[in-house]
Design a binder for this molecule. Structure first.
Ligand code: DGJ
Length: 735
């Protein structure tokens, strides 16, 4: 059994980890362990001497040994003598903010809990159990349900929290974390993913020092600046060995993740909703559900931790039917034309794309209203026939007639001042009373907290899809939220606005993706500004970054790979000099990098010369051959591009027979040894044939000594090396 409850001890076992909690003599729920499997009650590690200036709970009588401030706690409330960061802060009608949660009851069920209105992981194949531990405040009828989804095979524990107000007065929540993790020692470093537009998810590994370290977003979107996840790793943890814990939030709005090293050198790590401009009122009889967090642990290094997340996200988070389908190779017209196109130009691109073997034509921004630049028409989702010089349906039909699919760009959450929608519904804009809202990319934000807006958007986009036979939608979001006021909410509810906005976005995504299961949805937020497990629940792929430069993408895709699977990572070959960096890289390198994702092109294909077109044809055939291995195989990071001259990664099929190494050598170093990479994840005793020259290598040689890459002149040289495991024959000796 994954969940065992005995003598007040809750033991949650996965194949390679144990998560344990114990109710102590005061009814406090202690977090006794999360980590490698052990076979005992781990509460003995909570052995505290008297610590001065640590207050003692009233009911410990006059004992000075028991303090909440020292103990490893499962879900600490605020205001009752734990001076560390609380997981939950509330206040009641008299203004008091103490929350003293003690054990009330528990329940184990053989299924996975659901979170109404929020994206969450689901059961899928394999065994999962749910543990619900209910805590209750010592004075008021405030109940907190702690939910745990235990996915044994996957080495995943999911967590969520529901706060129920059974008092007769409103309860205000000021802070709510989805998961909190107290660890008994401090020998950890934090790995997190920061960035900016067009440079998302830069991996940073920092020591944990005394005090509190936090990352988060106050932008109403999970953001380019910080991804909603963090990893705790031992100082000596590498890609291939050592302890690592992951905490990933299934949420796309403002968030907060904190790591605190306390006076006893213990760690508290927590992740949940952002606290800035957050205050939620739970009326009597009502409840509040915090988003889910996905926790994972391994002793086998960062690579293994990532593979646990990749597998879990593919099998239990992305609910789209496309998750295991071969995704179409696409051509997107954005970097080819920006706003400057007509139907003829689009058909020209589509025709060339078709001749080269591309499956899907995506019409990006600029097709609707009176949009010739980014200063108008968001909200007016009617085709601009004058610009296209034909109805949208005609364009779609002509592309379908080429035996290609048709996709279209939308930005549902936004509105331009210069739009009919703004004229008709100025009250649908997020803005504070008596103030002008801040513009960003000239645009304003729709009040997604208003159910009327959601109904309107559902109708508009359902009509667009149905009337035109759309096969793919790119759902974009091109600004952060700055005006924290929803005209549809009462003054007292304004602290709920950011979360209600997200609930509205999820509602719309849920409605449209459920209504059109055969339409492939790709998420986007100015590139990867909302690339998170929340959006991936609805959209099986996400545009990784607006930076399409192959060199920069090595770093962006490296950071992205720590939590998110390759099959969810949108990546395209674009033109050179690259529009974001001005860098020139070869077509070969651009394809190598773009193949580590849902592959496509984003340039004016008709401007390529014949040789380049032939190369594109070969690339497409090559990707098709490798697509299953890339999207369904196990992913290994072979180097760290931040410290090495090579960015290399590999895909290994589940049966370890097929291996694809992809690498970019950043610069040629004269009179130096050839660049070299060491492989991972192979059959140690197996023999692998290198496809290019038939040379045989033993699995252990590839994983101990590795292989050399060519030492060509030039910068950013991309390579692909394939191996296939062969049946071991007696005649094979070292060669
Ligand atoms: C930002 C996206 O990331 C781009 O790919 C493109 O769709 C533009 N928006 C269009 O405005």
């Amino acid at each position: 059994m994954a969940i065992e409850v005995k003598d007040h001890l809750f033991s949650l076992s996965t194949n390679n980890s144990l998560y344990q909690m114990k109710i102590d003599e005061y009814g406090v729920l202690n977090h006794t362990w999360y980590g490698a499997k052990t076979s005992m009650d781990m509460s003995y590690i909570e052995d505290y001497p008297e610590i001065s200036f640590s207050a003692n709970l009233w009911d410990t009588e006059r004992s000075r040994l028991y303090s909440l401030n020292d103990r490893l706690l499962e879900y600490p409330g605020g205001g009752i003598s734990d001076f560390r960061l609380p997981a939950l802060s509330v206040s009641v009608r008299d203004g008091s903010c103490a929350l003293d949660l003690r054990y009330h009851s528990y329940e184990v069920t053989d299924n996975k809990y659901e979170l109404s209105g929020l994206p969450a992981s689901f059961e899928g194949k394999g065994k999962v159990q749910t543990l619900k531990i209910t805590m209750k405040d010592t004075v008021y009828d405030i109940y907190v349900d702690l939910l745990y989804g235990v996915f044994e095979e996957e080495n995943i524990i999911t967590r969520a929290v529901i706060i129920r107000n059974l008092t007769f007065f409103p309860l205000r929540i000021h802070k709510v974390m989805s998961a909190c993790l107290d660890l008994p020692d401090n020998e950890y470093e934090v790995i997190h993913f920061h960035g900016r537009h067009a440079m998302e998810r830069m991996m940073e590994r920092t020591s944990v020092d005394h005090g509190a370290f936090s990352i988060g977003s106050r932008r109403g979107q999970s953001s380019h600046q910080h991804n909603p996840g963090l990893i705790l790793a031992r100082k000596n943890t590498t890609e291939v060995s050592g302890d690592a814990y992951g905490m990933l939030l299934v949420y796309s709005g403002s968030f907060l993740a904190e790591v605190e090293k306390d006076q006893l050198d213990q760690l508290r790590a927590a992740i949940g909703l952002g606290t800035e401009h957050f205050e939620w009122t739970v009326l009597p009889g009502e409840k509040f559900t915090a988003p889910e967090a996905i926790l994972s642990f391994t002793e086998a290094g960062l690579g293994q931790l990532s593979r646990q997340y990749h597998e879990f996200i593919r099998e239990h988070v992305i609910r789209s039917e496309f998750v295991h389908k071969k995704r179409p190779i696409l051509i997107n017209n954005w970097e080819a034309t920006y706003f400057d196109f007509d139907g003829k130009k689009l058909l020209e691109i589509a025709e060339t794309a078709h001749d080269l073997g591309i499956d899907l034509f995506v019409l990006d921004d600029g097709w609707f209203g009176n949009r010739h630049d980014d200063d108008s028409s968001l909200g007016d989702w009617m085709v601009n026939e004058e610009k296209l010089r034909m109805p949208l349906k005609q364009l779609v039909d002509r592309i379908h007639a080429m035996d290609m699919q048709f996709g279209i760009w939308i930005e549902p959450e936004m509105i331009s001042e210069k739009s009919n929608l703004h004229h008709e519904h100025p009250e649908w804009v997020l803005r504070s009373p008596n103030r002008y809202p801040a513009r960003s990319r000239y645009q304003l934000v729709l009040d997604m907290a208003n159910p009327e807006v959601i109904d309107h958007l559902e109708n508009v986009f359902a009509h667009l899809i149905e009337e035109n036979g759309i096969d793919y939608i790119k759902w974009d979001m091109n600004r952060s939220i700055s005006d924290f006021y929803s005209p549809s909410l009462s003054p007292v509810q304004q602290g709920e606005m950011l979360h209600r906005y997200m609930l509205g976005v999820y509602d719309l995504a849920d409605r449209l993706t459920s209504r059109f299961p055969d339409v492939l949805f790709e998420g986007c937020a100015g590139g990867g500004g909302r690339f998170d497990a929340g959006m991936l629940h609805y959209f099986p792929q996400y545009w990784c970054s607006d930076d399409t430069d192959a060199h920069n993408r090595c770093f962006i895709q490296y950071g992205t790979s720590f939590f998110y699977p390759i099959s969810a990572t949108g990546s395209h070959v674009s033109a050179v000099p690259n529009h974001q960096s001005g860098r020139v890289t070869s077509l070969r390198t651009r394809a190598v990098v773009a193949m580590a994702g849902t592959f496509g092109y984003e340039l004016d294909l008709s401007a390529l010369d014949e040789k380049e077109k032939e190369e594109v044809i070969r690339q497409i055939a090559d990707y098709r051959r490798k697509q299953e291995l890339i999207c369904e195989g196990d992913y290994y990071r072979l180097t760290d591009p931040n410290t090495q001259n090579v960015c290399a990664w590999s895909f290994v099929s589940k049966d370890k027979r097929k291996v694809l190494v992809q690498a970019v050598v950043f610069e040629h170093r004269p009179n130096a040894k050839k660049p070299h990479v060491v492989l991972q994840g192979l059959e140690e005793n197996g023999w692998y044939r290198r496809k290019a020259d038939g040379k045989l290598f033993s699995g252990n040689a590839l994983m101990k000594a590795g292989i050399f890459l060519p030492n060509e002149l030039g910068t950013d040289m991309g390579y692909q090396i394939e191996f296939e495991r062969i049946e071991k024959k007696e005649s094979i000796t070292m060669n």
